[in-house]
Design a protein around this ligand. Structure first.
Ligand SMILES: Cc1cc2nc3c(=O)[nH]c(=O)nc-3n(C[C@H](O)[C@H](O)[C@H](O)COP(=O)(O)OP(=O)(O)OC[C@H]3O[C@@H](n4cnc5c(N)ncnc54)[C@H](O)[C@@H]3O)c2cc1C
Length: 398
């Protein structure tokens, strides 16, 4: 019988959380092997933030995360904060900037973040092996046997860091959920999140006509609102405001959009009326909103509205205008799915995971970190901060 290669800890998944966990454990003196089925490590880091990786946020709070157990993320987020990650990147002289609202991006490229994680793994003597599909995991003698297509390994602590389901062509799989189920842990329903909405019928035609138009809106759903940019696409609605609200959206929910979140159209109409404005409504609104959008929106109401002057508006016209521009209520037909979603909502039920060690409560040698867990962050660097925090905390115990 061939002797199995033995490690203190094996991490499956060489992404943000897995590499953070591996480097931390290695630097504690643990022998660590990271296995990944993909041909390259950290693919999502490389594609993140438009190639510049929005690696954390200055204003991380538990409220920026969704989970069936809203308390679960608190401990890790307070033990490894955004400032801890900033201290790490400062050691490597990473140049970065705040793109607004505390969203920190690399000045240069996302690869700089991956290189920092790999350097930390090097410091901990971590071995990393890509192109290694996992066949089976078996519990044995207070540890695990990991059978892969390129050899078999034994470890005491096993960390599942295989992420969520978004972007399958980048290597996303349901492996983590299957292992959780193998060890009798439950999974909270998984769905694409931080994802564009699709529209159908007449509104799809309108969105297609407006494809490429971006405007500042306030969008709300399920008692949550976001004030950011919306982008019309040839499939429906996208942009940061839409991605954010998609975290809170369930099929058949309506969303409400205010296209003039900083201006009252009632006040504007009164001012224009009082000033005796003779300019057409389409031109007056065009000072506040993109012209293409104004024309499309007015023509939804009444084809004659665009060329009317304010004094020609009936009360009913004014009411319709206010409603159309401040309270557009729409029921998306769906989302673009995992093909374009940035994250997965749902995942391994955190009730069965220790928020201190990240080990399964029923198996102290089996750990879950990162997006595979039922913890989903807002857009803005929150998901990476969760990967760093959960990976670092587990790294103290594995
Ligand atoms: C396009 C895009 C842009 C994003 N931009 C940002 C951003 O700017 N800021 C931010 O905070 N978040 C961003 N995110 C989200 C962020 O990338 C994830 O939340 C984060 O990478 C999760 O880390 P993780 O380590 O849990 O999983 P991942 O980084 O997904 O890593 C999982 C690893 O497991 C491996 N794996 C999967 N299945 C198997 C298997 N069966 N066997 C072996 N290995 C396996 C994968 O190959 C991968 O290397 C973005 C996501 C996408 C898709």
């Amino acid at each position: 019988m061939t002797r199995l290669k033995q490690f203190d800890c094996i991490v499956i998944g060489a992404g943000a959380a897995g590499l953070m966990c591996a480097g931390t454990a290695g630097q504690r003196g643990r022998s660590v092997l990271v296995l990944d089925h993909a041909n390259k490590v950290g693919k999502k880091i490389l594609m993140s933030g438009g190639g510049r990786c929005n690696f954390t946020n200055l204003y991380v709070e538990p409220e920026n995360y969704l989970s069936a157990n809203e308390h679960f993320c608190k401990s890790a987020l307070s033990r490894y904060t955004q400032y801890d990650f900033l201290e790490l990147v400062a050691r490597y002289d990473l140049a970065y900037h705040d793109k607004g609202a505390g969203q920190l991006f690399c000045d240069d490229k996302a690869k700089d973040i991956l290189n920092i994680l790999l350097a930390e793994c090097d410091l901990g003597g971590v071995a990393i092996q890509t192109d290694t599909p996992i066949k089976t995991i078996t519990e044995q003698d207070e540890g695990f046997i990991i059978e892969t297509e390129v050899g078999d390994y034994r470890c005491q602590s096993l960390v599942i860091a295989t992420g969520g389901l978004s972007i399958p062509k980048m290597g996303a799989t349901n492996f983590g959920y299957k292992i959780a189920q193998q060890f009798s842990l439950s999974i909270n329903t998984t769905e694409p999140a931080l994802v564009p909405f699709t529209l159908s019928d007449a509104w799809l035609t309108v969105a297609q006509k407006l494809s490429g138009v971006s405007l500042d809106v306030s969008v709300s759903c399920a008692n949550q609102a976001f004030h950011e940019a919306l982008l019309f696409t040839h499939r429906g609605l996208s942009g940061p405001a839409i991605l954010q609200i998609s975290n809170y959206w369930y099929h058949s929910d309506e969303i409400s959009i205010d296209f003039l979140p900083d201006t009252s159209l009632v006040d504007l109409l009164e001012q224009w009326q009082a000033a005796g404005e003779k300019t057409s409504l389409k031109n007056l609104l065009g000072y506040h909103l993109p012209k293409r959008f104004v024309l499309a929106w007015l023509s939804q109401l009444d084809s004659a509205l665009a060329d009317k002057q304010v004094k020609q508006l009936s009360n009913k016209d004014s009411e319709q205008l206010v409603s159309a521009f401040h309270h557009w209520v729409i029921k998306p037909s769906g989302t673009e799915g995992y093909r374009t979603a940035e994250v997965t909502r749902g995942g391994v039920n955190t009730d069965s995971i220790s928020s201190k060690t990240f080990a399964a409560k029923t198996n102290e040698n089996l750990y879950f970190v990162g997006e595979v867990l039922d913890v989903t962050g807002w857009l803005g660097g929150f998901n990476f901060q969760w990967a760093w925090a959960s990976g670092w905390c587990a790294g103290q115990y594995v």
